[in-house]
Ligand binder design. Structure first.
Ligand code: UT7
Length: 320
């Protein structure tokens, strides 16, 4: 039987860190409000020339170097993003060319907003287990700052830019223990960026619109439920988890999920204070931080869970 395992991780942040104090000079907000409501102190923002693929490429190169893989070793590139470089081609194809891959490997994007990395990860895991591919690069990358209304204090203080990735490879034992994915499009109205390009014009609001409280309530319930579901499917509970690596949207959502799962915060990786909400990038960014600083070690059990607009959500249980 074939399974998949994480061979290496990588991440990249833009150079420019923007503090809450700096935002407070632009919109009617305070550091105290942002920290107490979300746990965010700063976020990184891409410069005008930086595209999502640039951040993705930098993260991918770090992971490939760590694993000692050549770009042409890859059989698959999946990029989870809500902020692709362009309408088409996919950001995955742009990353493929940027890495110098010439072997014709499969490359495509996944659009599941903040749960995009979990969706991409589960897809790559399934393709490896089916025998279709052996080595996959799975990236979550965003330049979310491009779809934020910088005059809307209700959203602009929450989001940031960045990229994270994992390399997955075929293995004789897990590795990836299990993944669960869900979506319910009926909740579409509470979080959306409804604008589209039509006849050469943007039709509708191109910026993020959010009912924060409704998103908060839904996220807390759905994240705990999907994490419980994945743990229960493998006869585990929160006590068996060495590290939880959640989507980094709000420290209060993370604390609430951890409490429901009976996982103490000492075993939860949080980067939301430094990174803000980087959507599809947030989970692999946090994973890479904790792998590189030595917290997450080989053989440990890691629970990842994410949720975003759609609504779409899911979880993945991994023996690192
Ligand atoms: O990946 C998923 C993406 N999104 C999320 O996960 C977001 C989930 N929701 C949240 O994180 C929280 O709901 C927020 C952080 C967005 C907001 O926190 P809240 O405790 O739910 O605040 P609220 O929306 O109830 O707003 C409270 C007050 C309002 O004023 P009034 O109506 O009470 O006078 C807002 O207008 O805070 C006001 N407010 C602000 N004040 C200062 C909203 N944004 C700000 C701001 N600074 N940036």
């Amino acid at each position: 039987m074939t399974f998949s395992r994480i061979a290496a991780t990588g991440s990249h942040l833009p150079d420019r860190a923007v503090t809450n104090q700096e935002l407070a000079t632009r919109v009617d907000t305070t550091d105290e409000w942002i920290v107490s409501r979300s746990g965010i102190s700063q976020r990184y923002l891409a410069n005008d020339a930086e595209r999502t693929s640039d951040l993705a490429l930098a993260a991918a190169r770090k992971a490939l170097t760590t694993a000692g893989w050549a770009p042409d070793d890859l059989d698959l590139i999946v990029v989870a993003t809500t902020t692709p470089d362009m309408t088409f081609p996919s950001t995955a194809c742009i990353v493929q060319a940027g890495l110098g891959v010439t072997n014709g490997c499969a490359a495509f994007d996944v659009q599941a907003v903040c749960s995009g990395f979990i969706y991409a990860f589960a897809t790559a895991d399934a393709m490896i287990r089916s025998g279709m591919v052996k080595k996959a690069l799975v990236i979550g990358a965003e330049t979310l700052s491009r779809i934020i209304d910088w005059n809307d204090r209700g959203t602009c203080v929450l989001f940031g830019d960045g990229a994270g990735c994992v390399l997955l490879e075929a293995a004789t034992e897990p590795g990836v223990i299990g993944c669960h994915l869900h979506a319910d499009g009926r909740h579409m109205p509470i979080l959306k960026a409804p604008g589209v390009l039509e006849a050469g014009q943007v039709r509708g609001n191109p910026f993020i619109e959010m009912d924060g409280q409704a998103v908060f309530k839904f996220a807390v319930e759905a994240l705990a439920a999907t994490a419980q579901e994945t743990l229960a499917a493998h006869g585990m509970s929160g006590e068996d988890v060495d590290w939880m690596v959640p989507h980094q949207a709000n420290i209060r959502i993370i604390q609430s999920t951890a409490k429901r799962l009976k996982i103490p915060m000492e075993r939860v990786v949080t980067t939301v204070a430094q990174h803000g909400n980087t959507s599809a990038a947030s989970i692999p960014l946090a994973l890479d931080v904790a792998v590189r600083d030595g917290r997450i070690r080989r053989g440990q059990t890691v629970l990842m869970e994410g949720i975003g607009a759609g609504f779409a959500w899911g979880s993945a249980l991994v023996r690192y």
